[in-house]
Design a protein around this ligand. Structure first.
Ligand code: KIV
Length: 282
């Protein structure tokens, strides 16, 4: 098994071969995603919502991200690993952005980082890349700016805003990004951006014209139903499966059906007799 590289993603774009990316947040989900031969694992700051129960990704901290990244790195052998830089770990100043990006590689086993934003982020991207940390960009619906965007809304719906997205994508490419996530962007806009860029685009709610697709692990598996964006396809309903298993455990314990003989440890008969003889009357 060979580790996926940035060059592999670039070559896939060249061959018109779709790139697959999924989020994972811990050791066991990383084992499953890696075992499914997904090209890229993103330890997304969406963990704030699906793992930590927060209302948005905004409060997620560097320490929380690094903690989850370390667990994912232990479980993934093959996929290219991307750590999501949390809100305010890269926006305030470029030197801080470089230091925080470096922590994802040095302390948490990631291969690269992702950050949100367009042209305004180009100086930070350039500095992080110059420091030796590969960067994936993220434009369109950028959840860390949900208040600025006025909610979780499709971006690039007007000619002017679509043109801004294209300029953002070109600026991020020029700054050194190796790939760009396009989130919640009309399909024709995402397709045109994908054609114009030399680097791969990874779409989420951006249609089939992107070079790859990403979904959130919990959304794909039906583990989280608080938000259900239009672009999510649920490939399983694990909430139902898990709920039924938990209810069966409870019912069997209450009915005295669990644990059964095969779930208990036997004891040598002579040792048991000796034990009972010593303790029967005490
Ligand atoms: O945090 C995340 O999971 C993401 C994906 C939706 C791309 O940024």
């Amino acid at each position: 098994m060979r580790k996926t590289t940035i060059l592999d993603l670039q070559q896939k774009k060249g061959r018109d071969e779709p790139i697959t990316m999924l989020t994972a947040y811990d050791y066991s989900s990383a084992l499953l995603v890696d075992g499914a031969e997904i090209d890229v694992i993103l330890v997304g700051d969406s963990l704030g919502m699906v793992m930590l129960g927060l209302d948005s990704t905004v409060p997620v901290t560097m320490d929380e991200m690094l903690h989850h990244c370390r667990a994912v790195a232990r479980g993934a052998q093959r996929a290219l690993l991307v750590g999501d830089m949390p809100f305010m770990s890269y926006q305030a100043d470029v030197a801080e952005a470089v230091r925080n990006a470096g922590r994802f590689l040095k302390e948490a086993g990631m291969d690269s980082v992702k950050l949100e934003g367009g042209q305004e982020m180009a100086p930070a991207v350039r500095a992080i890349v110059n420091a030796g940390v590969p960067v994936m960009g993220h434009i369109g619906l950028t959840p860390q700016s949900v208040s600025m965007l006025g909610g979780y809304k499709v971006q690039g719906k007007t000619a002017a805003s679509a043109a801004r997205l294209l300029q953002d994508a070109l600026a991020l490419q020029a700054a050194g990004c190796y790939a760009i996530v396009l989130e919640a962007v009309p399909e024709p806009v995402a397709a045109l951006i994908s054609q114009r860029l030399a680097i791969p685009t990874i779409g989420i709610g951006a249609g089939a014209g992107c070079d790859g697709q990403v979904l959130v692990y919990h959304d794909l598996l039906g583990l989280f139903d608080k938000f259900q964006p239009r672009f999510v396809k649920q490939y399983a309903n694990l909430r139902q499966v898990i709920g039924a298993a938990l209810a069966s455990f409870r019912a069997e314990v209450l009915a005295g059906q669990f644990p059964a003989g095969e779930h208990t440890y036997p004891m040598d008969e002579a040792e048991l007799a000796a034990f009972l003889a010593q303790h029967r009357d005490s």
